[in-house]
Design a binder for this molecule. Sequence first.
Ligand code: ADP
Ligand code: MG
Length: 722
Amino acid sequence: GNASRLAAINTITNGKAISVEMPEPLSKIWACDVFSLSKMEESLSKNAFKAIKNTVQTGAPLDPATADVVAAAMKDWALGKGAKFFSHIFYPMTNATAEKHDGFIVPNAEGVAITEFTGSLLIKGEPDGSSFPNGSLRMTNAARGYTAWDPTSPCYIMHTANGPTLMIPSVFMSWTGEALDKKIPLLRSNSAMNKAAHKVLSLMGETNIATLNASCGAEQEYFLIDENFAAARPDLRLAGRTLFGAPPAKGQQFDDHYFGAIPERVQVFMQDFEDRLYRLGIPAKTHHNEVAPGQFEIAPYFESANIAADHQQLLMTVLKNTAKKHGLHALLHEKPFAGVNGSGKHVNWSVGNSTQGNLLDPGSTPEKNLNFLLFCGAVIRGVHLHGPLLRAVIASASNDHRLGANEAPPAILSVYLGDQLEKVFTDIQQGNLAPSKCGGVMDLGLAEILTFTRDPGDRNRTSPFAFTGNRFEFRAVGSSQSVSGPLVAMNAMMADSLNWIAGKLEAALNSGLDQGSAVIAVLKELMDAHGNVLFGGDGYSSEWHTQAVDERGLANNRTSAEALPALLEQSVQDLFKNTGVLSPVELQSRYEVYSEQYILSIEMEAKLTMDMATTSIYPAAMTYLSELCSSISGAAAMGIGLDNGVAKKVAAEADAMMQTVAALATATEKHDFASIEAHMQFCAHEIRPLMDKVRSHADSLEMTVSDAAWPLPKYSEMLFIR
Ligand code: ADP
Ligand code: MG
């Protein structure tokens, strides 16, 4: 029956709003739970501080003696905050985070508790490696895995129900040193990009080049629904999305939610959420309603990629926990509700340093423009050569629901530069920007770029990879994903392209060309080979899909089953091997882990589909059918003829649904697949369509069966009651 559904609605409508608390001033809470450089400076000797600061800023190794000193200061700080436990936090190949908590306490011989925390405890932990996915690395790593402190990402206090805990951001590797996580490749990709960028900048005559870092600012979209609804829907609880649900009469057709007034209950939640982020030193910057009802976005200010990636993971955790406290359920799934806009995570990315600045910023001087054009060209080449890789790193069962669904970028990777900049590159390609035209100072006639408009109206929302004034925005990333995979791919392709550019540039300069002519020559060659990836039109249109594939030879890997095998391509192996980001065996293990996750999540959803159809939707249909039948036969006994069309429809839909459930059950029993790829193909093209078919019968029942008999909270309720 519908008891739990009605109880949920009742509880929500009679619930008391959580009262608004006065927020603490920013100055009081900002990063108060972070063991930041300034806190280290207060508690460390001058020499120790100098050593750790150097490590934090350049990644230089820390000597064990200093590590001991830092550990002691960190312990004092954490104990002062009431922490009794510490934990290395790491980022396995799932999109989740993992922790292993240890007490500071060590009883001494007299049985008196003392606290201990040495440099070696800070630096290294030893969780059980076999309990995390590791693909084929399982063979080589036995059970042992190590976590090791990443001193470039600050430690912090996490407040949970069991008290404050000191969290230590860490890498996670096998005992043979293979990366089992998402942080190691990210750090390696950054250093490969840094090396390659150095080469190019030196050739451009730059001296005093500081370490280059990728930056990342991620815009996180999410849904909030009342937790009572989530409790009444096994699909939301287990799969994070609705596997059933008829479209409501009112959806997002009025566009009245986007940038509208934020509902009060959500405002209170956001304030609490952001205060918690501020305490953790996460610079939450903007928030607003998103397109769909019940959908919101939060975007922190950008930070260096490694820290931004850690903060992104933390943000997702804090988001879920804070929502819970407010009686809300946060949905980070890419497509929680069919027919309603999905959620993405736009990853804004640039590369730069403290001496040359942001290399993807056109800047205001001609010399900077040349650097900018080279770095921008590197991106164009990278996306063209490695589009399938970029598609693979955003592949997941959940993101498949969103990509190409006419609301999110297509699965085809193209680059949007905007009219002005695209013209500069095509002019270079066509020889219209020949440096011979510009005498003396090399200004390339690029006056437009110098005053590059940063008008947000000049944005192409249908492009998966768009230049937005001083950065690229990778818009196809899924809302539930770690940003690390996309950042690794972008940094690696950048490193590869910059290396290529350095080689060409060096040759051109050696042949006697002046700097400007050499840059133009290299960019012309680059555009001839890769200009095809530039596209400023409507990425949602069917013409683009045809043109991209047939005329431009770009890949359109629609599902993860098609996208993930790109990780095995020779070009991807070479890219990662040459940049030192992932060894072939590390890459192979990632393919296996991501493919397995894809298969497991579809199989889990298939089981849940069968379960909900059989144990809750079918019984509701039968209850209603028996009511209809007894009314019809009762009426007939009194000589009243009732139309039995509705009864017949319910019976037919219910029967058809259960027949499809049976077909789905048979399909899920198949296990003899020739390869992981074949298994993924089966999930994408056999299992998923059967699930959709079960759903369509169920949704048709939802629109026919008496509201009073319907067991599951409906879209109109979940999206609008709060
Ligand atoms: P929009 O929704 O218009 O794209 P937002 O302000 O919501 O803009 O988000 C833009 C994101 O891009 C923010 O996280 C911002 O800090 C980040 N960002 C800005 N400049 C850079 C940059 N140079 N490199 C990386 N990220 C950046
Ligand atoms: Mg954006």
